[in-house]
Design a protein. Sequence first.
Length: 329
Amino acid sequence: MKLDALAGNAALKEQLSAQEKGRGLSHAYLISGPAGSGKRTLARLLAAAMVCTGGGEKPCGSCNACKKVLGGIHPDVIQVGADGKDISVGQAREARADAYIRPNEGERKVYIFHNAQDMTVAAQNALLKLLEEGPAYAAFLLLADNPGSVLTTIRSRCEGAALTPVTAAEAEYELARRFPQTSREERHAAARRCGGLLGQAVAELEGREAGDQLSAACARFLELLAGRDELEFAAWCVELEKWDREALVSLLERSQALLRDALALGRGAPALTAAPGELPALRKAAELEPQRLLQTAELLDKLRKDAAFNVNAGQLCGALAAGVNGGQL
Ligand SMILES: [Zn+2]
């Protein structure tokens, strides 16, 4: 099997490959390991292997079916409880009813049950029935941080796939592949901190990337505000519409703090929250009239509150453009 996307875990990969070559993959796996150990990655690879239509080693990664699974949009790969909420009896029963509807595209249907250890006994029993009586084309991947909390009756019907922490070198290698733009020191430190749970290091670097993007956007906001070019500002607001609401709220909050910094800087006081990368833009903004900075901060505050109600990204960005540009007239 082609399981390179899963870091480390050489023994498990060998075991799965041998199984696939021999009697074929099992119809049910209990994939276990602590948070960040690669359960979702392995589930995705196994699901892709099961529906892959390409030749050679599976999952080929390039056929239509593989691409859909890896992109999370294959209609025959069904995620249950991926939102992190506990899977209810109702959801387990729904999956059972759904399993009897033949696959949409291929030969198989794959159900991925997240956080199986948190399912109530009633929900687990409904899942057990599905494992026992489900149609032959259905396969089940149960993910659990702690497999000991899964009913023995369920465990006995699943093949175990226990993930183990990766070495610091393996983590670093994987981080270099996924975050080539970060520095070696940064990756080295993240790899050491994660204690072999690569997912944690990935989350840390992704979080930092998001933080950098946010910081750059806030600096751009200050620059545009200081530049007083209405058209350019409106165009930037249109770009912002692609952001999701949560990210926009972070942008409004952070920019509001920077406007307070700009006010302080204008009075000769130190800027308290600005990151070094934001300072050049902040100095430009500090030259604006205090009244304008205050009004803009008030506008951002209002928009941030509006965002708590069902205001979408387009409306927020439209109001930002109108508010800032309108205030300038
Ligand atoms: Zn494929």
